[in-house]
Write a new protein. Structure first.
Lengths: 343, 343
DNA sequence: CTGAAAGCGCTAACAT
DNA sequence: ATGTTAGCGCTTTCAG
């Protein structure tokens, strides 16, 4: 039971233990570990220190360092349902990878949309001294974040506040709708239907706006009867598509509000014995791999740039000089076309 | 420019500032904040302290507390691709909610399967004094986690080490395969096909085993020609199903290795003018909402218990007395039947 | 009922 | 080229 040269108590070795073993001061250890250039430590000393570190299996204690430096190297991510939704997990990935590149880590909490959890989560994160906060939502909509969120640099992702007083990163729905429609037009389609979402939300208005603008730009008439609204699920889209396709002057292309709807549209087209894309072309929105790549033929669609949004959010936070906060810019991220085989 | 009773420097107020304002010692503030029962503080003092706290807008500094108490209240989650995959995001949710219930937070990093990132991530997490570690994978398979992972209580989720020397939480594939098959049998089916995955992995063997056991238990013969293997995508499953259904003695039910494959199987059945489930019943695996609920008719399937696995992992970690580590038990989590309309 | 004092493990002036 | 020293903000004996 002798404790010869063992670290004190039962704790993991501290820098002090390393210093003792190496026969130097704790300061010196800190200098060599952190490669402090202002203090030129002799190579011989460095070697002794590293040897002691390895002998002891010492590992820096980031908590102690954070306390001292007042830098937690941590970013907080509060989301409503993002984590439960395949739509947007890539947002977390983008944020996490960007954080990683800066030696930061991500503290995540999912609030399931509950206000009280949201408020508590914010408190917990602030207590943990996060250096920046991302407030993200599953689908693009207006929000009122918990009070006190601006205590630390914050950025909204996939959402915005009514008065646009907080910086936000949101998908460019208009461009997305435009690109989808334009893609169809450039393939020669003239009668392009649009099966839109029915519940009012930015995506609905933005994509419709893009659809109209593209028609206008290419000199095509806007035909109200070609635009249908329904809930964004395969079932309802199936009915909408069937109605559209049973008309004598049926559209030759259908732009779907999202990939789930495209699934129903595929069913309707096949049921009528028509072929995709020869008889009717289909373009979706979201780029849900799971659906888009599995459908036959694989679905051409517009991607919601989740990864990019997460990445940009973190990069913006990192670009900030200490103590400042981000200007309330609304960053619109383009929604790229993902070509597969349905157009 | 007078600084009367303002917190020192430019920092957020500390407990010391609160104490001064309330006219008590820092100790007293700590006692009232933490509701320390061993020290009975008078109600009047408590009120003064709380008043000061609110006046100053003081918030505890969790980093300082962690340093002092040696408890970070943090769990680490290292995953390969889990975060990118809709399959398993619910695992993170389960883990996060369980952590939350214990006032812990989750530090997550996705390694994209890269060994070096994995190793670094582990180091970072240990430096941050995580009190437990979850090592999770996207799909159920064998792994060799980074060295040093057992420095802190660790549990594997959806994976295991060859010698089973680390505790693991894994889906009960055999039971899942059994349940799927039994469900079909109980609906009166006698010729049940199984379109299995072709790449060797625990899920393939487990589900097949369950399929065979169910047949045996119900006195049905195992017919090798009814079992097909292909890559788990809709396309290949489409072909496999067509082959199966074009036989004169076609099966009346098809058990699909996963929901993606079920998508292709649906297409094949419909293409042949058959109805689901009247002419042929279909059961999937995974319970990918996105597919299962959108398919027509909605797909009956077996759920991969991701949420439950994440939750259990954290709860096991939390149940651990300080300083101990989990016994290397392999916890099999049941895969429940999710009834929709395809059987 | 309350306070003094000693750290937790580390960084960073400032000395030497 | 390296050591002394003073904290970072908090918890927790131990005294009174």
């Amino acid at each position: 039971m002798n404790d010869q040269s063992r670290p004190k108590r039962n704790r993991p070795p501290s820098m002090y233990d390393v210093a003792r073993l190496a026969g130097v001061s704790q300061t010196t250890v800190s200098f060599v570990v952190n490669n402090v250039t202002s203090a030129a430590i002799s190579q011989e000393t460095r070697d002794r220190v590293w040897a002691a570190i390895h002998a002891l299996g010492w590992r820096p204690n980031a908590v102690a360092r954070s306390l001292r430096t007042r830098h937690s190297q941590t970013l907080g991510l509060i989301s409503d349902e993002v984590v439960t939704s395949p739509y947007a997990v890539r947002m977390i990935l983008g944020a996490q990878e960007a954080a990683w590149n800066n030696r930061q880590m991500l503290l995540v909490v999912n609030t399931s949309g509950q206000q009280d959890i949201e408020q508590t989560a914010l408190q917990f994160m602030l207590e943990r001294q996060v250096e920046g906060l991302i407030y993200a939502t599953m689908y693009h909509h207006e929000v009122t974040p918990p009070t006190g969120i601006t205590t630390v640099p914050t950025i909204l992702v996939n959402c915005f506040v009514a008065d646009r007083s907080l910086p936000a990163i949101i998908p460019d729905e208009v461009q997305g709708g435009y690109t989808a429609t334009e893609t169809l037009i450039l393939r020669g389609h003239r009668r392009i239907a649009f099966i839109n979402e029915i519940i009012p939300m930015p995506a609905l208005f933005g994509r419709l706006e893009g659809y109209r603008r593209a028609l206008t730009d290419y000199g095509l008439p806007f035909d109200q009867s070609l635009v249908r609204s329904c809930h964004s699920n395969a079932q309802d889209a199936f009915s909408a598509a069937r109605d559209l396709l049973e008309r004598p002057d049926r559209p030759t292309a259908i732009f779907c509000f999202n990939d789930k709807m495209a699934m129903g549209v595929y069913d309707a087209i096949k049921r009528l014995g028509l072929r995709i894309p020869q008889d009717v072309a289909v373009i979706g929105f979201d780029n849900l791999e799971l659906i888009a790549a599995q459908l036959y033929p694989p679905l051409t669609t517009i991607e919601l740039p989740h990864y990019e949004m997460g990445k940009r959010a973190v990069e913006l936070l990192q670009s900030l000089p200490a103590g400042e906060s981000l200007p309330p810019t609304q960053h619109y991220i383009p929604c790229p076309l993902i070509e597969r085989a349905s157009v």
